[in-house]
Write a protein that binds this ligand. Structure first.
Ligand code: NAD
Length: 980
């Protein structure tokens, strides 16, 4: 077999000798630029980033300005190129011409990979492919679909494409190789499509809903394809969508029982694909039908490795290219041996993989037309001619579309062609010897993806809702939690549970008639007792070594992991979080315990200062005493877990007053600490009215510090009360206060609009706009205002508002009737202060309200200045980046902020001038992770400390310096620091 593969390979190789794909043609300027890019990774990175931003630059002057930003200062661009660019940007009228030339240059590369801008333009290249003996598959390039309107448009484009192509191809000359395989006819028209573009809310967290709703558009395309006799292939996308796409494929085929030309792409770089393929084969056998399978290697390798590592999920792709090649050959074998059920399409530009397929077919005596090769438009042209001449059917995957939506595709192709691993690069650009190119792929030593070093902090991976067992777990917990509704919960002092006469009733904001629980309410009497217990316990607790105290936090984290789905279900009911938001809060709570535990181990070792003979200087941290933790309802587990764990791991005893709107989650948290064995008196759970018990605790002479997270007004009151010294008080109270925000995102003309719209949508409407980090102001620079607003409005109109327990819900209710009324008042005001761009209503038994956008708002008006804490957004225009930053900074708050821009100069300006605690560039501004984006603001947003960062614990301790004279009668000895 190996001999046969090598012989075939040699035949293919020799037949195309001397031919060079356009991209590597050094005689052309583009070939030379690509050659530079392949020599220098940084230049390659800069070049492709510039190509990516180019189509969205609306003026020639901007093209040249951004060009200069990318390639002159500190650039890796070759000197000749750098000098040229500097000259262009210095000279007066040249930028106009230079802009045109650059745009034309990039368009000419795009034209090599993209068959046409519109279906009309594509006709010529498609018919010339056919005339030259090649079949085609058209892929309509599209933007990321963010709304139902965009999904309908994308669907409509396919319907019109099929209507357009049908009469056109009917007149083409017959080509039996392209139109028949060994089992019957093969359609002339073939289309490829991305299911994620058919439904804007597609997400496996809601598998059933995503299948049903994406099928609404897919069904129309299948119907039309059946009518005009076309074949349809579903492209495979990111791994997160894989199982969902497979499920949609099977589901739609169950509806189209007598349609025989459906196919799906599978990616050999995925470790799961063999199992998926075997599963598909079993399914086709059971259903008695035949499908096409396009076997590709996979185009999102960089994304899959980065995105999954970022989340802490297993990397689903092979890390070693050799493993993918080996898998490709094995999958090819499986496809061929099941050709009764599968029409194999071998989509590759690799001679070895092609020769393997040919050798397999020849050795098993199958006819040449029993399968087809597929190649991308503009790639490996010499190869496809050779295969055609050898008598194989070759289909050319031909993208059609405008340059902006096509950019993601184009950059993927450029990356692929120029990567070190690329066969096309090795073969055509590097002239690697044939023997190397054709040798048996070797999986080599498997690379381990997730090296987890002991003792190093890692974020808790978010729950992966593309996995069926995780979805099942949440559904079960939601069911179980319902049986627990209306239970009574005590308070806890010295680990004793106490039921009092008065209760806080916690209702489900999505349906206030449902009582989540009744929690005993503390009065000043219980508050007094709690302080006494805490003071008593402090003597014992402060003497525990830091490692031991940290151990308790690790146990708390373990317990949270054990009951994770139960906690998620509780938050869904008690505060109206969606599945993902609730999971985010639970994961963050776990992170705080894991992170602060490790931090305390670091800080617990006294620091040796100086190195002087006869003198020992040490720097220690001592706990402050008894602290009060006062928390809000919007992160009902993570925020108190963070403040409590920081307080106790540093050796303090804590009185925890939860928000009256999330007391059951507060109780659950205190129970977890007790389950983890926390000694009596270290943590008291004391729910009660903020302006009574809360104030009492803050003002009490027996408390030493307050860790507060909540609104500005309450926070400032706390600062004031804590500042008054009362009789019997032994220390000056420290207040750690984290408060509100009026967070802005700036969007400039170089922004990637897909990312800007989805980033703003999530930052604005995630948890109904009730995150302190939520975006409530957008500042748009230049000519993209209308486009941005219209796409954002479309997206906000399309999201699903409903019960948070329904996994398809994007937005649930706001927390309370009071919150609903407050939001309503701001909306009324907005009608006078701005131009309403969206006023979406929402209905339901609970506190539902829809997204609202006001445009052209005066940056100084109350709706642009005050924290609304709901789904209300203002959009403001700015002339340039300086003005945008001024508007953004013109706020009492300074919590989070963001910028969407691909201009290095604008990004630098924001880094230097945007005054916020957390600045985010080209991503959403919510979802800070412990240890990665330590969180907290300044101004009226807080005292400037950073939760989840390396300085946080220091606020809970007093540093002490101990200096010992070790000289005794002139004799110095060295002393080692004691172990803490
Ligand atoms: P809130 O200020 O109304 O309440 C916060 C806590 O303070 C509650 O436990 C409440 O009972 C208590 N409280 C109220 N009055 C008190 C008083 N006089 N003395 C002592 N305690 C008192 O805030 P909220 O509605 O629960 O939460 C939303 C607010 O929290 C928003 O402003 C949001 O921006 C802010 N927040 C900030 C951060 C951050 O890290 N910066 C994080 C989450 C929430």
């Amino acid at each position: 077999m190996e001999d046969r593969i090598k012989k075939t390979g040699a035949e293919i190789y020799s037949s195309m000798e001397g031919e060079v794909p356009f991209l590597f043609d050094r005689k052309k300027w583009m070939g030379r630029v690509i050659e530079w890019a392949m020599k220098d990774e940084t230049f390659r990175f800069q070049l492709f980033r510039y190509i990516d931003v180019l189509p969205s630059l609306r003026s020639d002057a901007l093209i040249v300005k951004v060009l200069k930003e990318y390639f002159t200062e500190e650039s890796h661009a070759p000197v000749i190129l750098r000098k040229g660019i500097e000259r262009i940007s210095r000279s007066g009228s040249i930028p106009y011409f230079a802009g045109k030339v650059i745009r034309a240059g990039v368009e000419s590369i795009a034209r090599q990979f993209i068959a046409g801008r519109a279906q009309g333009d594509a006709l010529k290249p498609l018919s010339s492919l056919w005339k030259s003996g090649f079949a085609f598959s058209v892929d309509l390039l599209g933007e990321v679909v963010v709304s139902d309107g965009e999904a309908s448009e994308y669907t409509g484009n396919y319907l019109s494409l099929l209507d357009f192509l049908h009469p056109e191809v009917t007149g083409w000359e017959t080509d039996l190789l392209l139109e028949r395989d060994d089992k019957g006819p093969v359609p002339r028209i073939d289309i490829s499509l991305k299911v994620s573009s058919l439904y804007s809310q597609m997400d496996p967290v809601d598998l059933k809903g995503s299948i049903e709703r994406s099928k609404e558009n897919l069904r129309q395309i299948f119907r039309k394809a059946q009518e005009v006799g076309a074949s349809v292939c579903l492209d495979m996308e990111h791994y997160y969508f894989k199982d969902l796409i497979l499920a949609i494929f099977k589901d739609i085929l169950d509806e189209f029982k007598d349609y025989h030309f459906a196919g799906i792409a599978l990616q050999a770089y995925l470790k799961d694909t063999k199992e998926d393929l075997l599963g598909l084969i079993e399914w086709t056998k059971a259903k008695g039908r035949r499908i096409s399978v396009r076997l590709v290697k996979g185009a999102y390798w960089d994304y899959e490795t980065a995105a999954n590592r970022q989340k802490g999920w297993p990397v689903p792709v092979f890390l070693n290219k050799g493993e993918t090649d080996v898998n490709y050959e094995e999958l090819t074998r499986i496809l061929f041996s099941n050709s009764e059920y599968i029409r194999p399409a071998i989509a590759t530009h690799n001679i070895r993989s092609m020769s393997n397929a040919i050798a397999l077919v020849e050795s098993s005596g199958f006819p040449r037309n029993s399968f087809e090769f597929q190649m991308l438009y503009g790639m490996g042209e010499p190869l496809r001619k050779t295969l055609r001449d050898m008598g194989y059917r070759v289909r050319v995957y031909s993208p059609v579309g405008e340059l902006i939506p096509g950019m993601a595709y184009l950059v993927r192709r450029l990356l692929e062609n120029t990567s070190n691993e690329s066969f096309v690069r090795q073969c055509f650009a590097e002239g690697k010897p044939f023997e190397e190119l054709i040798k048996t792929p070797n999986s080599g030593r498997a690379v381990v993806a997730d090296l987890r070093e002991e003792g190093i902090f890692r974020n808790q991976p978010p729950m992966d809702f593309s996995q069926a067992e995780n979805r099942k777990r949440i559904k079960e917990s939601l069911r179980k939690m319902r049986n627990d509704f209306n239970r009574r919960y005590p308070l806890s002092i010295g680990n004793q549970e106490i039921f009092t006469d008065h209760e806080i009733i916690s209702n489900n904001p999505a349906n206030p008639r449902e009582v989540i629980g009744r929690v005993s309410l503390a009065t000043r009497k219980e508050a007094e007792r709690a302080i006494e217990e805490a003071r008593k316990a402090w003597d014992m607790w402060k003497k525990r070594v830091s490692g031991e105290r940290a151990e308790y936090l690790f146990r708390v984290a373990e317990e949270m992991k054990r009951i994770r789905s139960e906690l998620i279900a509780l938050e869904i009911y008690e505060v109206g979080k969606t599945w993902k938001d609730a999971d985010g809060d639970v994961s963050e709570a776990i992170d705080y315990c894991e992170y602060y535990g490790r931090e305390m181990i670091r800080l617990g070792t006294p620091m040796r200062l100086g190195d002087y003979p006869g003198e020992k200087n040490e720097y220690h941290y001592e706990p402050k005493g008894v602290g009060v933790v006062i928390s809000p309802w919007n992160f009902p587990l993570a925020i108190p877990a963070g403040m409590i764990s920081a307080g106790i791991v540093t050796g303090n005893c804590i009185i925890f007053k939860p928000s009256g709107l999330s007391p059951v989650t507060g109780w659950k948290l205190s129970e977890i600490f007790r389950t983890a064995g926390i000694p009596p008196g270290v943590l008291q759970f004391l729910p009660g009215p903020g302006n009574d018990v809360g104030e009492y605790l803050v003002s009490h002479p027996g408390t030493d510090f307050i860790a507060f997270t909540g609104s500005k007004d309450v926070g400032l009151d706390i600062v004031k009360y804590a500042g008054e010294i009362r009789s019997g008080q032994r220390s000056i109270k420290k207040v750690i206060a984290e408060m509100g925000g009026k967070n802005a995102i700036i969007i400039d003309e170089t922004a990637d609009m897909d990312e800007a719209v989805t980033g703003v949508l999530e930052s604005w409407l995630g948890y109904q706009g009730q995150k302190c980090s939520a975006c409530s102001r957008v500042i748009v620079i230049g000519g993209v205002f209308e486009e941005f607003c219209s796409r954002l409005r479309g997206a906000a109109e399309s999201i699903r508002i409903g019960l948070p327990e329904d996994p398809g819900t994007f937005m649930g209710p706001v927390i309370s009737e009071e919150a609903l009324k407050k939001i309503g008042k701001y909306v009324e005001r907005g009608m006078h202060e701005g131009r309403p761009l969206l006023l979406r209503k929402a209905e339901g038994a609970g506190y539902f309200t829809g997204p609202v956008i006001f445009g052209d708002v005066d940056p100084g008006s109350p709706i642009a200045q005050e924290e609304i804490f709901g789904p209300v957004l203002v959009v403001i225009r700015a002339r340039d980046m300086d003005e945008a930053i001024n508007i953004a900074n013109n706020s009492l708050y300074a919590l989070t902020g963001g910028i969407f821009s691909r201009s290095p100069a604008s990004i630098r300006k924001a880094e230097e001038g945007f005054r916020v605690g957390n600045l985010y560039i080209n991503r959403k501004i919510t979802g800070a992770l412990v240890g990665r984006q330590p969180f907290g603001g300044s101004g009226m947003s807080g005292v400037g400390s950073k939760a989840g960062g390396p300085d946080y614990l220091l606020q809970f301790m007093n540093p002490t310096s101990i200096s010992e004279n070790t000289l005794r009668r002139g004799f110095a000895y060295s002393v080692r620091s004691p172990k803490k």
